[in-house]
Design a protein around this ligand. Structure first.
Ligand code: GLA
Length: 445
């Protein structure tokens, strides 16, 4: 038995243990077996605008700054051009752009309450005195892209002018301003009209001739009444919110993960290059999550091929959260060119396992300890002889909670993984058997 010991930050020494197939019979086994799976196919084409070939990465103001419009009382945190310019500055200076975060996005509460004489949206003149075009120029000068927000109903969720009856004018206005992404919300319209509203804006954006990444919330507004048409959604949008707004709390992250797992057969097949399920913003670096929980959000958002759109204050973020958000190994999983969203494949004994197939005969596995009491618990990743990826062997890399190359593991090996409470241990497996390109995965309980 080979035992590799290392220290988790802030925890006592612990071990990743390689256990021979006969060596571990007495452990509290939470083992699972990997076999052969038939993956579902999805025939719908993605929105053909050449964008979001991998999940979008960027920053969006909503979760952290919400609808704070009081620039007199709170000039540093109100929704103003200054906030977005500062975020763009930090994104370049502090390695965010280099890590892949590209879009600086405005959410609700940016416009004036009145359209102009030509019926166009206009930015609030006090908070955006230079206007959105100038802000886009500034963001572009930093090598970044600008996102903006609108709503297909008669007003936005925050009570600002909606695009109902104006979607063509609004699409053209955003194109004239050189905006690169539109988050299009679905408040204040009957749900039966939401699909048409999303399609109309998609066509209007296309008609401008400018490539504008299109972020939708279409299924979120349909699910309470009917099963959304994911083929149509994928043809219309570059990503789509399915479920409730994220909050800065572990209960919010858990509810999003539970929803995603419970609906994975509906949503996973629709994801792929050009179109992604969007479980909402990363709230890492804020107030509500422990570090282990932040690791869980980052790992699972990567496994789910989710857009990595942070909502936090990049001007003031703790180094550990920053390192996690910029972790190149996790970002590589998120941005894997194969573009296959992962699944939850096991849930038992207060553990949940998620898996994602990656390019180059690689596979990512995330093991979450859902028990919120006690210390790290051991999970035995059982590797069955039928587990072809590791047949005859594979190379294993631990990514969370700490990077470590575990080396070559032959097929009849179990991995003993310590997992922190509400944390996630994340690994990648690279097959050393290049002939097995037809193999599929499944967990057999
Ligand atoms: C909705 C969206 C959020 C945010 C707010 C803004 O709730 O789901 O992401 O855009 O509106 O009002």
């Amino acid at each position: 038995m080979k035992c590799t010991c290392y220290k988790f930050v802030g925890l006592s020494y612990t071990c990743v243990t390689f256990v021979g197939i006969t060596g571990c019979g007495t452990m509290g086994r939470a083992a699972f077996v990997l076999g052969v799976v038939v993956l579902m196919r999805f025939s719908a084409e993605a929105l053909d605008n050449g964008l979001a070939l991998t999940p979008t990465m960027g920053w969006l103001h909503w979760e952290r700054f919400m609808c704070n419009t009081d620039c007199d009382a709170d000039p540093d945190n109100c929704i103003s051009e200054r906030l977005f310019m500062q975020m763009a500055d930090v994104m370049v200076k502090e390695g965010w752009k280099e890590a892949g975060y590209e879009y600086v996005c405005i959410d609700d509460c940016w416009p004036s309450k009145q359209r102009d004489a030509q019926g166009r949206l206009q930015a609030d003149p006090k908070r955006f005195p230079s206007g959105i075009k100038k802000l886009a120029d500034y963001v572009h000068s930093k090598g970044l892209k600008l996102g903006i927000y609108a709503d297909l109903g008669y007003q936005t969720c925050g009570g600002y002018p909606g695009s109902l009856g104006y979607h063509e004018i609004d699409a053209q206005t955003f194109a004239d301003w050189d905006v690169d992404l539109l988050k299009y919300d679905g408040c204040y319209l009957d749900w039966t009209l939401v699909g048409e509203g999303y399609k109309n804006m998609s066509k209007a954006l296309n008609k401008t001739g400018k490539s504008i990444l299109y972020s939708c919330e279409w299924p979120l507004y349909v699910w309470p009444y009917a099963k959304p048409d994911y083929a149509a959604i994928r043809e219309t949008c570059n990503h789509w919110r399915n479920y409730d707004d994220v909050y800065d709390s572990w209960s919010s992250i858990k509810s999003i993960l539970d929803w995603s797992a419970n609906h994975q057969d509906d949503i996973v097949p629709s994801a792929g290059p050009g179109g992604w399920n969007d479980p909402d913003m990363l709230v890492i670096g804020n107030f509500g999550l422990s570090h282990a929980q932040q690791e869980s959000q980052m790992a699972l958002w990567a496994i789910m091929a989710a857009p990595l759109i942070m909502s936090n204050d990049l001007r003031d973020i703790c180094p550990r959260s920053k390192a996690l958000l910029q972790n190149k190994h996790i970002i590589a999983i998120s941005q894997d060119p194969l573009g296959k969203q992962g699944y939850q494949t096991f849930k038992k004994n207060d553990f949940a396992v998620w898996e994602r197939s990656l390019s180059g005969d690689r596979h990512a596995i995330a093991v979450m300890n859902t028990q919120e009491i006690g210390g790290p618990r051991k999970f035995l990743l059982g590797v069955a002889p039928g587990w072809k990826l590791c047949n005859p062997k594979c190379n294993v890399t631990l990514i969370l909670p700490k990077y470590q190359e575990l080396g070559v593991v032959p097929v009849q090996t179990d991995l003993m993984l310590p997992v922190n409470p509400s944390g996630t241990t994340l690994l990648t497996f690279t097959s050393l058997n290049s002939l097995n390109d037809k193999r599929r995965w499944r967990v057999t309980l």
